[in-house]
Design a protein. Sequence first.
Length: 314
Amino acid sequence: MALPTLNDVTAVDPVLQNFLVGFAQGENRFVALRAFPGMSVAQPSGTFYKFTQKYWFMDGLAPRAAGAAFARGGVGVETDTYETLQWGKEYPIPNETEAANQTGLSLQQAGVRWLAQQSFIRKERAFASAFMTTSVWGTDDNNSATDWDDASGAPITNVRTASRTISQATGNAANTMVCGEIVYDALLVNAQILGTMQYTNTVTIATREALLAAVLGLDALLVSRAIYNTANEGQTASYSPVIDDDALIYYNNPSAGLFDATAGKTFVWNPGGGAGGVRSYMEDQTNSMILQHQEQWDQKLVANTLGYFFADIV
């Protein structure tokens, strides 16, 4: 049965047309596409090359006498693959239901917003499951650092250690942190952080996040505030954060193309829907407008040595 039903959107009493309660999460609560920026690809799956890192860090020049042959060297090349997966959902709107709708918002507008939420949540959960976990990143997972909500927690020291570890292993310094809201809250009241920030006027969330990133020696702090309902549709709702008490420090290069390093990318295939889009069509047998959402992408770990993971850090 299509939701909402005709009875859901009509009433006997007068209905306010300038007030309608909604619970959609703002786009800024989601971080997946900012964490691994999107890149269009020509085919739904394929191969890309990677130069083998070790050859680029060797001291390979050799002494040479006049007229003698030059010493020679070269670089290694490896391959990796991506494979996009298509996701989709339809939202049916019977014409009679839309015609009788008294909610104050077109059901087509509501449907587009709902499908957008489905898209954001799917990407966020996929990112959290694949990358905000242990045994993924090339550096050792850090399970021993004192929790950042502890009186002796030292996030600045820990993050600088993580950044230095990445820098000395890859030649690229970490520039981004992804964490859950509970980690962000712990950072705001951490003694080591406050000792650095105490004379700064922090007015907005964006200002605080930028300042925290700077204090930690990073360019960006991406705080995931997204939640999702973990219960099945017929059960009582149960809400949980998508990303909770973990933190990922990594090198993010949004413009990475030829001969660039970055920790990860989201490869999107536009003919399959890309990062997400909605089209509509009429279904004659049900006399309904169908909103059809479609997207196709692969969140791909490109270089696992460019990340450092703190598990259960609060």
